[in-house]
Design a protein around this ligand. Structure first.
Ligand code: GLC
Length: 551
């Protein structure tokens, strides 16, 4: 492995990193089977290097029936043969490390896939057996056990329980799944489950993985004591208890698990990092992100801030303060594989419930694409100037919009199929990337594309943007290369804006200033040298929907 240098000492490289999320099945396809693969990633390492990121986070690449895009893992210590082999994985890590790019992989501990050997063993084993104890099996209610054990809906709707056929061919027990029925929840009171995940962490850490993104990190422990069974119809944060006693999420006991993982992470040099996907109340986030546990936790607050200076400012203040108070660094997220791309969200009227809007308008969506992209670039630029790690999602550097009109028969997302009336799908942000202007899958690979690429993808392809001044790709490259110079003390100083509350204006210790105009009228620029603009100036002033960096 070649020499590489990281941001600030190798131990805390992740504190102010730019992490680029790769959704492996949709990034680059080397073998032409229509599904992205590890060799595809290897072939694009020069692209990632030129983009200027510090790390990649790979969504699951494990063997999987793909009932939930790979978040239904059938073998935690292997690679889906459609994606590659363990040798390819080693080659990929070497290729990325050689360019100074760290590697974060996704760990899915709340549930396995239903083809996992343990779940298959549980199905073949009798009620009450040790094999069933690794999952959450219960008897149904009613005379013949035909009624589900509790009123629990799944995250993807409708039921959170599925009944099995016992080995003797009769309908039998039910198992709990917070997500799709192909994702049975583990019983984390079972020691074998705990030990197996420690083994998984060691397996990937030994292979040189630098960190982990922990899927639904707040869900592992449920209130199952004394025959109790959780009931839940809504997964809205507002119904979650705030004190660690909720039946399903963010229970205090979950932290023992992450403390045991931290011991493993610290056996390595440098210690492995981890980031929690924990949709919890903001005041409950710090323990996940503490140095005794995972180290970092996603802050998804910006998703709810829309294009509103006051809300963005509050989110920034709160999260920088919480991080500072707890000795960690915060994270900034605008897009990922679960949410409508921010270039599209910000092209919709502010304060719209995007999920509801999509359900209603999916056959004829109207998005102000120009406004969406302008605001997306401006907000991304502002967040890149803040202390903390920024997580980018593949394709946002091309300015990609959500593909909102995928025909129902080509959808893959279980959220769509389990909720046909609502019609909500996450497939629109998971469409294979356009690398070229032409070709069967626009350069994604020599074959087709597992989700359809819309015609307008051509104009957002890497080929269409590479080297073109004013393209979104060149803007991201410039922003990331400048940001490398901003990785200084984790401090910021908010500048009280002198005339306009629609402006977010702050300074970093090295003297850099970032100003974003959320209003509808151009505003004056502070003094100094303009080093980056998300849109050209308007009559010498900072136009609406624009961010500027000044030195
Ligand atoms: C996380 C993932 C999402 C997945 C779910 C169940 O929220 O980001 O894609 O469907 O967990 O694993």
């Amino acid at each position: 492995m070649s020499e590489f240098t990281f941001l600030k000492g190798s131990e805390d490289w992740w504190r102010q990193a730019v992490v680029y999320q790769i959704y492996p099945r949709s990034f680059a396809d080397a073998n032409g089977d229509g599904i992205g693969d590890l060799q595809g990633i290897i072939s694009r390492v020069p692209y990632l290097k030129k983009l200027g990121i510090n790390a990649v986070w790979l969504s699951p690449f494990y063997p999987s029936a793909l009932a939930d895009g790979g978040y239904d893992v059938d073998d935690y210590r292997n690679i889906d043969p459609r994606i590659g082999t363990l040798d390819d994985f080693d080659q990929m890590i070497d290729a990325l490390h050689a360019e100074g790019i760290r590697v974060i992989v996704d760990i899915v501990p709340n549930h396995s896939g239903s083809n996992h050997v343990w779940f298959q063993e549980a199905l073949k084993s009798p009620k009450g057996s040790p094999a069933r104890d690794r999952y959450i099996f219960r008897d149904g209610k009613g005379e013949h056990g035909e009624i589900r054990p509790s009123e629990l809906a799944s995250h993807f709707g409708p039921s959170g329980w599925t009944r099995i056929i016992e080995p003797d061919g009769t309908p039998g027990q039910w198992y709990m799944h917070l997500f799709a029925s192909e994702q049975p929840d583990f019983n984390w009171d079972n020691q074998e489950v705990r030990d197996d995940f420690l083994k998984t962490m060691r397996f990937w850490s030994d292979r040189g993985v630098d960190g982990y993104r922990i899927d639904v990190a707040h869900a592992l422990i449920k209130n199952l004591a004394n025959g109790h069974l959780p009931e839940r119809q809504s997964y809205d944060l507002s119904v979650m208890k705030k004190d660690g006693s909720d039946d399903l999420f963010d229970r205090d006991e979950v932290h023992d698990i992450y403390k045991s993982w931290r011991k493993i992470f610290n056996e390595y040099d440098p210690p492995r990092m981890a980031v929690a996907e924990a949709w919890v109340w903001p005041h409950r986030r710090p323990p996940y992100a503490s140095t005794e546990e995972l180290g970092q936790s996603f802050n998804f607050d910006m998703l709810g801030a829309g294009w509103d200076a006051a809300k963005v400012r509050d989110v920034v203040r709160l999260n920088l303060k919480t991080a500072a108070d707890n000795g960690t660094s915060t994270t900034w997220v605008l897009s990922n594989h679960d949410i409508i791309r921010h270039a599209t969200r910000l092209g919709l009227p502010n304060d719209l419930d995007v999920a509801k809007w999509y359900a209603k308008n999916r056959f004829d969506p109207h998005v102000n694409v120009e406004q969406g992209l302008a605001r997306a670039k401006a907000l991304t630029q502002a967040l890149l100037a803040l202390p903390g790690s920024t997580y980018l999602y593949q394709g946002e550097e091309l300015g990609l919009q959500e593909h909102l009109t995928i025909p129902a028969e080509q959808m893959q997302d279980p959220q769509f199929f389990r909720n046909p009336d609502v019609g909500l799908s996450r497939d629109g942000c998971r469409v294979p990337l356009p690398w070229a202007r032409s070709g069967q899958s626009l350069g994604f690979g020599p074959g087709g594309s597992h989700l359809p690429q819309p015609a307008w993808y051509v104009d957002y392809s890497v080929e269409a943007e590479d080297g073109f001044a004013g393209s979104t790709l060149e803007f991201y490259r410039r922003a990331l290369s400048l940001r490398a110079g901003l990785v200084c003390e984790e401090k910021w100083h908010e500048v009280k804006h002198w005339f306009n509350s629609n402006v977010l204006h702050f300074k970093r210790p090295n003297g850099w200033q970032s100003v974003t105009n959320f209003g509808s009228k151009p505003v004056k620029l502070p003094k100094g040298e303009v080093i980056l603009l998300s849109q050209p100036l308007v009559g010498g002033k900072l136009g609406p929907n624009t961010t500027v960096w000044i030195k």
